[in-house]
Design a binder for this molecule. Structure first.
Ligand code: NCD
Length: 307
């Protein structure tokens, strides 16, 4: 049973197919509105979420399917001590496909090994978040017309930010990329991501603490929130949380065709005044996420022989 736990579970060709399907859904939504009639998606979210859960659910409804939902560990049998493995076996009896978010790294993989339906990782702790990456890739392709030959700046919490880990994993498979990693010393990209994705493939990258110095070199600026829930102590969070705030003043130093992205939610990292700037793409990213999730649900249900 094929599940999508991390970006490498999808080939480069499949990423392209998913983006092409998403484009077709955008162009001809009515052609897809009955595709999943009678099918059920279970969303098991043991961590807070607005966009990811609702976009999965909206995606399934727009495909004509139905949704079963668990939100918050406190309302399900997880609160009674049920294991992820048993939850996955149970939910497989009711649903055709599962999207799961969990605070523990590796939880989605455990679910996939025990489920008898496809499992999609909707974020596992500080590890990875492959469907946010699908939204990001479609956004970059739509805004820049390509996924290769780009200088990509990632700014903020590169240590705990799972969207950053998955995006670098995906983008490092395209040609001619350069990465600019902008973070406080304490929140640098984990060495496993650096080694597996950048060093091993000889992809050029620099690490800096200074956003203003590098903003003018970037095609993409991917801002991120400092991940408060992954910190061991509140003092460190308070000291680091406002390390970077993108303002209209700083945007003046960016290129005319800069694309500013953010997986959202934002806290203070992007001032609201930047939203008016045509280079702000983060709300387009939200919408693209729904279309890519529709494409992924279709692909996995077809492969599982459920459509
Ligand atoms: C991200 C996440 O959950 O990792 N949000 C999202 O899914 N769009 C980013 C974040 O919470 O900072």
């Amino acid at each position: 049973m094929r599940s999508v736990i991390d970006v490498p579970d999808l080939s480069l060709q499949e990423l392209q197919q998913l983006m092409d399907t998403a484009e077709d859904i955008i162009a001809r939504p009515a052609a897809y509105s009955e595709c999943c009639r009678g099918k059920k998606l279970a969303t098991l979210f043991f961590e807070p979420s607005t966009r990811t859960r609702l976009s999965f659910e909206a995606a399934m409804y727009e495909l004509g399917g139905n949704v079963l939902s668990v939100t918050g560990a406190g309302t399900s049998s997880a609160a009674k001590g049920e294991s992820v493995a048993d939850t996955a076996k149970t939910v497989s009896c009711y649903a055709d496909i599962i999207a799961m978010r969990h605070p523990k790294e590796g939880a989605a993989l455990v679910a996939a090994r025990n489920a008898s339906v496809p499992v999609i990782n909707a974020g596992d702790g500080g590890h990875c978040h492959p469907t946010q990456t699908l939204a990001d890739l479609l956004t970059i392709r739509r805004e820049k017309g390509r996924l290769d030959g780009l200088t990509v700046g990632l700014c903020g919490d590169l240590k705990f930010g799972r969207t950053v880990h998955s995006l670098i994993t995906a983008m490092s498979r395209y040609e001619g990329l350069r990465f600019v990693l902008i973070s406080p010393e304490e929140l640098k990209l984990p060495s496993y991501v650096k080694n597996d994705c950048l060093k091993r493939k000889n992809i050029p990258y620099i690490q800096t603490t200074d956003l203003e110095q590098v903003i003018g070199d970037l095609d993409i600026l991917y801002m991120t929130r400092v991940q408060r829930e992954r910190f061991f102590n509140e003092e460190d969070y308070l000291r680091l949380k406002d390390s970077y705030i993108l303002t209209p003043e700083k945007m003046k130093k960016g290129r005319a065709d800069l694309c500013v992205m953010h997986p959202l939610p934002r806290v203070n990292e992007i001032s609201v005044a930047v939203d008016e700037d045509p280079r702000a793409c983060y709300f387009k990213q939200v919408l693209n996420g729904k279309y890519m999730r529709m494409a992924l649900i279709l692909m996995l249900l077809k492969e599982a022989g459920r459509l």
